[in-house]
Design a protein around this ligand. Sequence first.
Ligand code: 5GP
Ligand code: ZN
Length: 138
Amino acid sequence: MTDSNCIFCKIANGDIPSATIYEDDLFRVILDISPAMKGHALILPKNHCHDLTDIEEATAAKALLVASKVEKAMMKVLSCDGVNLLQNTGAAAGQSVFHLHFHLIPRYENDSVTIPWTTLSYADGEANELAAKLKAAL
Ligand code: 5GP
Ligand code: ZN
């Protein structure tokens, strides 16, 4: 299903042109219009879903295979030293387009990309308690 108000639905389904790297029945992979690094790509499912919480099973099953294929092409063509695979769910996590997409960002030793966070720590027993709560909610 597509959403007529969604720009990524239009791009994924070819109604708006894009610099496309890969396309199959479920996905289109395009270059990000404002790349963190040249070659920064977005994996767009053709069916509209908001984020990873409402992904369809067939899309989920194939997404990492597509990511792997594109990463290999990036390594070969861009000679990058690494790649970040990122997905933001929710504005608080940095999502700005509410059609699920996976970022693939080529990385080089000492490049200009920053994906920082500061680390916290758990009190004694807290990690196991939280893991149990999350496990019960699956
Ligand atoms: P988010 O912040 O939602 O995880 O990422 C949205 C990404 O989509 C951003 O990196 C932004 O540059 C990219 N983007 C937004 N609009 C367009 C567009 O019309 N075309 C392309 N190629 N990328 C877009
Ligand atoms: Zn959409």
